[in-house]
Design a protein. Sequence first.
Length: 737
Amino acid sequence: MPLTSPILPARDAPSPSSEPSTAASLESLFRPRSIAVVGASRRPESVGHAVLRNLVTGGFQGPVFAVNTRADVVLSMPAYRSVAALPQPVDLAILVVPATAILAAVEDCRRGGVRAVIVLSAGFAETGAEGAALQDRLTAAVREAGMRMVGPNCLGLLHTDPAVSMNATFASTPVRSGRVAMSSQSGALALVILEYAREFGLGFSSYVSIGNRADVSSNDLLEYWADDPLTDLVLLYAESFGNPGHFSRLARRLARRKPILAVKSGRSLAGQRAASSHTAALAGSEAGTEALLRQAGVLRMDTLEQMFEAASLLAHQPLPAGSRVAIVTNAGGPAILCTDACAGDGLSLPELSPATQAALREFLPPAASVTNPVDMIATADAPAYARAVALLLDDEDVDALIVIHIPVRREEAALMAAAIRAGRAAARTGAAKPLLTCMLSEAGSGTMEAEAARGGAAGAPEVIPNFRFPESAARALGVACRHTAWLARPEGRVPDLAGLHVEAARAACDAALSARGEGWLRPDEVGEVLAAFGVPSLPTRLCRTPDDAVAAAARLGWPVVVKLASDTLVHKTEWKGVHVDLRDERAVRGAWDAIRATLAAAGRQAEMLGVTVQPFATGGVETMIGLTRDPSFGPLVAFGLGGTAVELFGDVVFRITPLTDVDAEEMLGSIRARKLLTGVRGGPPVDRAALADVLLRVARLAELVPEVAELDLNPVRALPEGQGVAVLDARILVRRP
Ligand code: ADP
Ligand code: MG
């Protein structure tokens, strides 16, 4: 039976939970017919009062019941002693009772026939071991009763579909309806998030604060939103991923139809495990998240602010077809800032067509610049903006337009906004290309016209996102372009690799594990594993005596390299254990003696198994290929610049497995030093196909030989195109899976 990775099932494996049932099970949360607030309070400042008030003032479309053990009336509504005592069964109960009373409340809900609960109460896993134990009991009770649960320790859930119109949160911020869905793990940040969204003119289809996500997770929500006709864009604020493999499959599928923006807070997942290989040291705890999100097509943002900036563009404007942007301005400074930022965000400023330039020249003063960025200078009036916007949008070499305006007088802002709209309407390309503004006069970022943003009704003008700073506009557009590029990227496939001898590789690892337990393989064992997976290594002879070494050198041919062989001292350079370009017997014996002497001086000579002898390799580019295993993300394959200073440069990228041919090629193009691979200073390009092949083989090794815990191939000499690659040095750490 073929083995797959213990953590990440094969890419196209069926998902563990069948989707229709997950989405269906969430209906009672998103579309309840009736709601009870358990712990509804008479005190206006309390959570139990706020949520009841929000449900009523938000216009929930079904009946709402107040449950209070003492009061008879809450918020002018008759209150009931228990859910079971309500005059009719309810679909959803919102629990705002102290943690100590939660199990009794769930039992009451069960008796009352409730299908789902939202637990706003805190005092669970976020408080420590005791709270975590209570949370486990809560979750068990909820599952036992066949209910779904959001929370505990959350802000609640909001669903703006007019047929439901449910604000089951205790937030005081009014929320606008729209086509953005959001899941937030942090209850505390939820309030800030709603404020931000408002500022950026974003309207929500639904918003779920999942809190401690004891039951409903962001994975469940991704399933729900995938088929939600009211949602076009998904925002995630996550602290961790419960089931990364499942997330990856769901997100990858969803992102094809609806962009996903995510802020993942930096909290370490993997913890601080002592890392012994270069790959593991370089991976840290962030590499898995980065790789997971990138491969799934999720647009990762560093901050909430950046997420909302990008969201205001993606929610309101079409995706750009490409990365060519035109800028029009009435002031030079902000346009220069914007131009620089565009370059940094992977956007380009194309030359405008001669026709566009001539048409601009017709109405702009001689001092104006009609090349990109178009500087209409301070005298530019509203009609000039309107004409320029139309012309630039219609230029065939332009995919997106950023309009910058510094008002000379305050009252100009509204005029300009109208002119920009008029220009857009006059363009032949109409609303097909994204338009962003940077109206520096406006109080803040958000939408160009607050009026327009409040629209959403039929016939209301479209929302044009406005940015406080030109750099923010460029950054948001860069994100949109990244998504366009991801959508255009072929999915790739996990190719069949010739000559994999899985059993031989496992046998070599197993023999070492049985003999010596967890640890580093000896050079000869490393050679067996790599040979079994068809990884092209330099001939490497393990020699136990100086005479052996001399004989091996003679057989391999001069010059040779002699290295310390040890299964404990694996960073050889640190032990002065690498002697290159040795041209005769005397040099080989000298290298042996020198290595011995260094170890003897440190009292470690017993750890010298002997030396390895290799041919001396010249030419090519030193790269590294590695493998490590992340406790939550599974195998991570690394590619980077190689040599003895890899950790110093940290120029490494990671991907999760399974790795496709497209992933592998993308890795080669993602390191900072990627130009080294295409040939520098007249040098020939390296053999990319051979490098990609080794990456794919290492990824397969990760999946098929679980005993390999960590692996460094460093350096991997990438030779000129057609000449392949050669692994000069390899170490493998084995551990029982
Ligand atoms: P370690 O990583 O344990 O310090 P390596 O075997 O990687 O030891 O050797 C250190 C450096 O020596 C390599 O990065 C490479 O530049 C050089 N080197 C190693 N083996 C050879 C070889 N066979 N031919 C040429 N240079 C080599
Ligand atoms: Mg090395």
